[in-house]
Design a protein around this ligand. Structure first.
Ligand code: 13P
Ligand code: SF4
Length: 338
C-alpha cells in the first residue's frame, strides 16, 4: 500500500463544497478533524467519478467515510447483495478483507479494491480451509454453514454461507436435524436458542463483541434508566439474553428507525452509534466503545490513494473462487428475513 505522502490542503473551495455535509456531521466530527477530512472527501468524490468507481462501506466505518464518501452503506448481507448488482467498473470496499473478497466472488468482472489489504478479522483468522476439511471428515454428511466473516478458501469448503442477518433462515432452509455452523461460537450459540436444529460450533469469536459482558448491560441500565439495549449476535449469549433485541447491524438500525427509543445503546462496534446518530439527532445514544482495529485501518487518505493508484486489487484463485461463489450464491437465494 503506497503511503500517502502529504495532507491535502483545506481551501475555501473545499470548505464551500463540503459545507452541507459539515453541518450534518457537526455532532460527530470536531472542527479540527474536519479540516483534515474535508479535502479528502472532496477529492475522493471527484476521483470516484473519474474512475467509474462505486464505494461500498460497512456500518462500522467512521462517519467521515460512511457519510462523506460512501455510495452504498450496509451490513455484510446488504453489501454482498449490492456487490452483485454494482454497475460501475470498480468497486471500492471500505470494510475488511473478507467483504472485499465476497464482492469479488459475486462480481468477478469488476475491479474490486480495498484501501488496506491488512484489514482482517479475528473470526476469519480463526479457521482455515484445512480445518473445514477435517470437520467434514469428522461429521460426514452434516452440512457446513459458514459465516461470511471467513476467507474465500474457507467458503470454498462450505455448503452455504450466512450472515448475522440470515443465519437462522439459512440453517432452517437446509431441512436437516444437524448442521456445522462456523466459525463464531457465539453466533452459533445464539442461533441455537432460536432453532430446533442441532448446531455444531467452531471456537472462533469476534474480538470486538466477545468483550461485552452481561454486567456491562446491567451497568448501562443502572446508569441510564429506560435505555433500550440492542446487541449484535456476535456477543456472548448472556449479553444477548440481557438485551432487548439482538440483530445484525442493519437489524439494529431498522429497530431504531421503527421504534425510535428515546435512549438507546448499540452493543457493538464504536462507529455504529456515530453513524446512526447522524440520522436520528433527536435520540440519545449511550456509546460503549469497543473498536474494531481492522475496520479502523480504512482511512480517507488510503481510499484516496487506492482510487488514484487503482490498487490494491483483490484477486482470488479461480478454482477457490468458483466453489466459494456457489456457497455465497446459495445464501443469496434464501429469501430475506421479514
Ligand atoms: P453485520 O454488519 O453483518 O451485522 O456484521 C457485523 C460485523 O462484525 C462485520 O464485521
Ligand atoms: Fe471481524 Fe469483529 Fe472486526 Fe467485524 S467487528 S471485522 S467480526 S473483528
Amino acid at each position: 500500500m503506497p503511503a500517502l505522502e502529504y495532507q491535502l490542503p483545506f481551501t475555501s473551495e473545499v470548505a464551500a463544497e463540503t459545507a452541507a455535509l459539515r453541518s450534518r456531521l457537526s455532532n460527530v466530527i470536531p472542527d479540527a478533524e474536519w479540516q483534515l477530512f474535508a479535502p479528502y472527501i472532496a477529492a475522493i468524490n471527484r476521483l470516484k467519478k473519474e474512475r467509474d468507481a462505486v464505494i461500498l462501506a460497512h456500518n462500522y466505518q467512521t462517519p467521515e467515510i460512511f457519510h462523506g464518501v460512501a455510495d452504498i452503506v450496509g451490513d455484510s448481507l446488504a453489501l454482498a447483495r449490492e456487490a452483485v448488482s454494482a454497475t460501475a467498473g470498480t468497486i471500492v470496499l471500505c470494510g475488511v478483507h473478507f467483504m472485499a473478497e465476497t464482492a469479488k466472488l459475486l462480481n468477478p468482472a469488476k475491479r474490486v479494491l480495498i484501501p488496506d489489504q491488512e484489514a482482517g478479522c479475528s473470526l476469519a483468522a480463526s479457521i482455515t480451509a484445512a480445518d473445514v476439511r477435517l470437520l467434514r471428515e469428522r461429521y460426514p454428511g452434516v452440512p457446513i454453514v459458514t459465516y461470511v466473516n471467513t476467507s474465500a478458501a474457507v467458503k470454498a469448503e462450505s455448503d452455504i454461507c450466512c450472515t448475522s442477518g440470515n443465519v437462522k433462515e439459512v440453517i432452517e432452509s437446509l431441512g436437516v436435524p444437524r448442521v456445522i455452523c462456523l466459525p463464531d461460537r457465539f453466533l452459533a450459540a445464539n442461533v441455537a436458542q432460536q432453532t430446533k436444529v442441532e448446531i455444531i460450533a467452531w471456537a472462533g469469536a469476534c474480538e470486538v463483541h466477545e468483550r461485552f459482558t452481561a454486567d456491562d448491560i446491567k451497568t448501562f441500565r443502572a446508569m441510564h434508566p429506560g435505555v433500550v439495549v440492542l446487541a449484535h449476535p456476535e456477543c456472548p449469549p448472556e449479553v444477548v439474553e440481557a438485551a432487548d433485541y439482538a440483530g445484525s447491524t442493519a437489524g439494529m438500525i431498522h429497530y431504531v428507525d421503527k421504534k425510535r427509543p428515546p435512549k438507546v445503546v448499540l452493543v457493538t462496534e464504536c462507529s455504529m452509534s456515530d453513524n446512526v446518530a447522524v440520522h436520528f439527532p433527536e435520540l440519545s445514544f449511550v456509546r460503549p466503545c469497543n473498536l474494531c482495529p481492522h475496520m479502523k485501518l480504512i482511512t480517507l487518505p488510503k481510499i484516496y490513494a487506492c482510487l488514484r493508484d487503482n490498487a490494491p486489487a483483490v484477486e482470488i484463485d479461480p478454482d477457490v473462487a468458483e466453489r466459494a461463489r456457489q456457497a455465497v450464491e446459495r445464501m443469496l437465494m434464501i429469501p430475506l428475513p421479514a
